[in-house]
Write a protein that binds this ligand. Structure first.
Ligand code: 5AD
Length: 362
């Protein structure tokens, strides 16, 4: 068994590209000592290519109103039980100011998807306001879904410089199975290409471990990340939300296995793409209290602390048991810093933390 891992680790040391079969093997590892060796190698590659520094992106989940109806997501349009909210401009600016005062240097604005003109203008104005409030210093990532090229251009001009749009699954057949008619895989890929062309740093990612997905699909996802030339990856384990159609397809859901698959996916992505940013996402923490730190030790280098006001967090449940619902932004800042320093990493305060991959291309 571990001879195969030896071979793979040797390939990495001599900078040979891993094959799809190698990625699949990595994703299938179950023995604890093999997993340890894998994570140690991924961490070493992370250290070599992106250093021993973790970058923070304060995330503001500013609205759960969504036009989409994805079968896995708790804020899908058809979930009538979900109480809908949108933050007021002043609340978003307050959270942005908190990030700025805390030296976070970079923000993510995330919401459900809407393409009406009122939304487009609202986001545009907020971007300008945040840029003004921070003397142009805060970096801003948008994560609000599929839009027209014109809208992407407007938001870029208003100050957004990164965009996160997960492909969710790079297998078009699987994509169709987890989305209703009218949600187009091709359109999503086109959006990623458009974002890149406009000049955004582009992030993508997938749901890990949903019903019907195999290790071969996940290996293809990692190859897709490279093909699309992603600057950053944000991905996490699929977590059940019972008010969604996909929940009915679950035969067996093993949280620990799901968590470990999430970590192996981070490690495999780090070993394959090397110099990009990889987020250790909240979904990992939902499955394990040390999830985000373990994600860093498996090769991730970005954390996105939630800085949305606590009164609205309950309503932004993409999945169940989302952590930190009651932890306020200040206490989570203090505990996060302690946890990151405990694993021997420092935080890149006051730095945008662009990936070396992105810088290399400029
Ligand atoms: N489990 C894990 N992640 C989810 N997302 C949506 N629903 C779930 C779920 N049930 C993720 C999607 C989306 C991101 C904002 O949240 O991948 O891109």
């Amino acid at each position: 068994m571990s001879e195969r891992l030896d071979e793979i680790l040797k390939k990495i040391d001599s900078s040979d590209e891993l094959s799809k079969g190698d990625l699949e093997y990595i994703l299938s590892i179950h023995e604890d000592d093999e997993m340890d060796r894998l994570f140690r190698k991924a961490y070493q590659i992370k250290t070599h290519f992106v250093g021993r520094k973790i970058y923070l992106r304060g995330i503001i989940e500013f609205s759960n109103i969504c036009e989409k109806d994805c079968y896995y997501c708790g804020i899908r349009k058809s979930n009538a039980k979900m109480k809908r909210f949108s933050l007021a401009r002043s609340e978003i600016l307050e959270a942005a100011k908190f990030a700025f005062d805390s030296a976070y240097a970079s923000l993510v604005l995330q919401s459900g998807e809407r393409s009406d003109i009122a939304f487009v203008e609202f986001v545009e104005d907020i971007l300008k306001d945040i840029k003004m409030l921070s003397g142009n210093k805060l970096g801003i990532t948008l994560c609000v879904g599929e839009e027209s090229e014109e809208t992407y251009r407007r938001w870029f001009a208003a100050g957004a410089h990164r965009y996160l749009l997960r492909i969710e699954s790079s297998n078009r057949e699987l994509y169709k199975k987890i989305h209703p008619e009218g949600h187009s895989f091709e359109r999503r890929v086109e959006c990623l290409k458009m974002l890149k062309k406009i000049g955004y740093q582009v992030g993508t990612g997938v749901l890990i471990g949903f019903p019907g997905q195999s290790n071969s699909d996940l290996a293809d996802d990692i190859i897709f990340f490279k093909e699309i030339d992603a600057d950053m990856i944000g991905m996490g384990p699929y977590i059940v939300h019972h008010e969604t159609p996909l929940a009915k397809k679950i035969v067996k859901y093993d949280e620990d296995e799901q968590f470990k698959l999430g970590l192996r996916m981070i490690a495999a992505t780090r070993l394959y793409l090397k110099d990009i940013n990889i987020a250790s996402t909240t979904a990992l923490q939902a499955l394990n209290p040390y999830g985000r730190e373990l994600g860093l030790l498996a090769g991730a280098n970005v954390i996105m602390p939630n800085i949305t006001g606590t009164e609205h967090r309950v309503a932004y449940q993409l999945y169940e048991n989302k952590p930190c619902l009651d932890e306020n932004a200040h206490t989570s800042r203090v505990s996060l810093q302690r946890k990151i320093e405990a694993i021997g990493e420092t935080i890149g305060f006051n730095e945008w933390g662009d990936s070396p991959h992105y810088k290399k291309l400029r």
